[in-house]
Structures are given as structure tokens and as C-alpha cells.
Design a protein around this ligand. Structure first.
Ligand code: B12
Length: 301
């Protein structure tokens, strides 16, 4: 009933018993033991997502509820050498708190008049979404939901709500992924490979361009690879399951020639930097990835 209400308000969700919590973590840990995960990433994220435990505020939580909030791409404008250059910020990078607030708000509304505790859960959310039947994996290793494809953000909660249905199933990929190789061909850095489902995280452009600008890009990342100011949309743009949303984009943010020049200089300090950071945060960015990510898009390497 509450899932249907969520859907009426534009979100999608599913609920799973917390009895599967350990299994969720163990599944990722076992991939690590088999040596299939990038060691650096695993070390960085294990304590947050891959060793989950019930929160102190609801030690007897009964369920994990995962909510998918649809989200478009953002398009932002930089003026450079008199030209208007439009760049993409993929879904998931911006309005992070706003989206998790909306997920919580919609859940509260959907439960009314009953009231349940909802505590943000840091979990391997793609796996939870797929195991609980909310989403399916695409061949590009990210999740897809009906109607919005991969254009959504997942947020998970622990709750004292006890569901009569325990949604827990085998991992499923989208049916057409068996034959389709569009994302494999589109990934120019070889992160999506023919012989394994898991991506090679260390080959994913996102892995490189989310890091501090000081780190630059390795040589094998060609100049023509970049298609977004952070992250990458190549595997999602070519995906047939995103056909209906691939042009879903809203315009936000504009940077004058002077601001663009400042971002390209890369020397950030004081009040000016703080002001610019604030402006960037509205579009899901911050100064740490400048000037590198902008330089490559303006073809200045
Ligand atoms: C580390 C990380 C990365 C790493 C990659 C690690 C990885 N394997 O995904 C890097 C930095 C490269 C990255 C990139 C991106 N990420 Co990221 N990332 C994460 C993070 C922090 C942890 C993910 C992780 O390592 N999970 C552990 C691995 C083992 O789990 P998994 O990927 O689900 O692997 C499962 C499948 O491979 C499956 N599987 C294996 N074999 C088979 C076979 C079959 C047949 C099937 C069906 C399944 C299957 O089983 C595995 C689990 O057991 C999460 C945050 C979170 N809370 O989870 C965000 C997260 C997954 N990322 C997210 C996003 C948006 C992205 C990007 C799209 C960003 C962008 N636009 O550039 C790219 C996508 C790259 C891609 N094609 O996968 C979103 C996902 C949203 C979604 N709808 O899927 C998350 C949830 C963050 C968020 N916004 O909340 N990410």
C-alpha cells in the first residue's frame, strides 16, 4: 500500500527485512576476498557501505526501505572565448541532500496516518535495490527502474516498520542486456568488459575525474573520452533502456567569461574561492576537480 502511494508521488521503492543485512555486506566482502574489487576503492568505502550494522537509534529495526527518486541531467553553461559552452552534470551528483530529504518525506507521507522511524542507511544500495526487486542491473553495472531507466538516485532507510512481505530475490539483469553490447562499445576506457559483469572500477573515467584536480589523468585517458564535467554519461546515453529519458535535462548555473577564467587558473583561496565553491555546489560540483575537468572539456590540455 505505501509503495503504491510512493509511486503516485513520483518515486519508486521496495522493502526488505533486516534479516538480510548481513548477507548484503557479505556479498560484497566475498567479491573483495576473491580479488574482484579494486583494493583502494574497497578500503575507502568498506567502512561506510560494505560492513553494514543496525543503527543505535533503532537497534531492533525490522526493515530496509530503498527509494528511487527520478533525476534528470543538469546542463550548465561556461562562457569561454566569447562562446557559450554547455556541459553536463550527470544525475546523482547534485541535490544529494534534497533528494534524500524528498525520499524521506515521500515515505512519511506514504505511511500516514501511521508513523515509523526512518534512519538513513549506508548500504550497497544498487545491490539492495536489485535484491529487493525495485531495480535490475544494466550491463553497465548500474541500476535501472521502470520508466526512468538509470536516471534516478537511490536512498535507503532502516525502519521499525515490519512488512508482511519480504522482498528478496536473485540478482537480475535487464533482459535485453544479454544481446546488447552498446555500453561495452561506448565505454572508451574499457571499464565495462565482455567477460565480467562487474565493472573494472579503476578503468572507469568517474574513478579518475571525481578525484582531486592535482592528480591529473593517466595517459591512457584520451582527450576525446570526456563527456561530462564530472562522472561520465557514455554508457547511459547509448543504453536502449534510457531511450525515453536520454534527453531529460534541466539547465542550471551559468559562469561568465571572468568566472570561467578564474576556474581555469586553478588558484583558489580566500573569500572568492568560498563564494565560487558555493555557486558550484548548486550544480553538484566543488573546486576540488578544477581546473582539470573543465580544461579537458574546453580542449585545453
Ligand atoms: C565505489 C563506487 C563507484 C566506483 C565503481 C564501483 C562499482 N563496482 O560500482 C566508481 C568510482 C567507478 C563509480 C562510478 C559510478 N558511480 Co558509483 N558508487 C560507488 C559506491 C560508493 C559503492 C559501489 C560499490 O562498490 N558496490 C560494490 C559492488 C560490488 O556492488 P555492485 O557494483 O552493485 O556489483 C554487483 C553487480 O556487479 C552484481 N553482479 C555481478 N555479476 C553479475 C552477473 C549478473 C548476471 C547480474 C545480474 C549481476 C551481477 O553483483 C555485484 C554485487 O554482488 C556507491 C554508493 C553505494 N552506497 O553503494 C556509488 C553508486 C553505486 N554510484 C553511483 C553512480 C551514479 C555512479 C556513476 C553512474 C557516476 C557517473 N555518472 O559517472 C558511475 C557508474 C559507473 C558504472 N558503469 O558502474 C550511484 C548508482 C546509481 C544507480 N542508479 O545505479 C551510487 C549508488 C551512488 C549514489 N548516487 O548514491 N562508483
Amino acid at each position: 500500500m505505501f509503495i503504491r502511494r510512493l509511486e503516485k508521488n513520483g518515486c519508486q521503492g521496495s522493502v526488505t527485512s533486516t534479516t538480510h543485512l548481513e548477507e548484503l555486506g557479505e556479498e560484497v566482502q566475498s567479491l573483495h576476498r576473491e580479488g574482484l574489487l579494486d583494493k583502494v576503492l574497497y578500503r575507502e568505502f568498506a567502512k561506510y557501505y560494505f560492513t553494514p550494522a543496525l543503527p543505535k537509534s533503532i537497534p531492533n529495526a525490522k526493515s530496509m526501505i530503498v527509494v528511487a527518486v527520478p533525476q534528470p541531467m543538469l546542463r550548465t553553461t561556461f562562457i569561454w572565448k566569447g562562446n557559450k559552452v554547455q556541459v553536463i552534470v550527470p544525475p546523482n551528483y547534485y541535490d544529494v541532500n534534497k533528494v534524500s530529504w524528498r525520499a524521506r518525506h515521500e515515505l512519511k507521507m506514504a505511511f500516514e496516518p501511521r508513523q515509523y522511524k526512518l534512519v538513513r542507511a549506508l548500504l550497497p544500495v544498487k545491490l539492495l535495490a536489485v535484491r529487493s526487486g525495485l531495480a535490475r542491473y544494466g550491463r553497465n553495472n548500474i541500476t535501472y527502474i521502470p520508466k526512468y531507466g538509470s536516471f534516478h538516485r537511490l536512498t535507503a532507510f532502516y525502519s521499525d516498520y515490519e512488512s508482511s512481505v519480504d522482498n528478496w530475490q536473485d540478482k537480475e539483469a535487464l533482459p535485453s542486456c544479454v544481446k546488447c553490447k552498446a555500453c561495452i562499445d561506448a565505454c572508451q576506457t574499457g571499464a565495462i568488459q565482455k567477460d565480467r559483469f562487474l565493472i573494472r572500477a579503476e578503468r572507469c573515467l568517474t574513478y579518475r575525474n571525481e578525484k582531486d584536480s592535482k592528480l591529473g589523468f593517466p595517459e591512457w585517458v584520451g582527450a576525446s573520452v570526456h563527456d561530462s564535467i564530472i562522472g561520465c554519461m557514455r554508457c547511459q546515453k547509448v543504453c536502449p533502456y534510457n531511450r525515453d529519458v536520454v534527453d531529460w535535462c534541466i539547465d542550471r548555473g551559468a559562469f561568465s567569461e571572468k568566472e570561467t577564467a578564474y576556474l581555469l587558473r586553478g588558484r583558489f583561496n580566500g573569500e572568492k574561492a568560498a563564494k565560487m565553491n558555493k555557486k558550484l555546489m548548486r550544480i553538484g560540483l566543488d573546486l576540488s576537480t578544477f581546473p582539470r575537468n573543465l580544461k579537458v572539456l574546453l580542449d585545453m590540455e
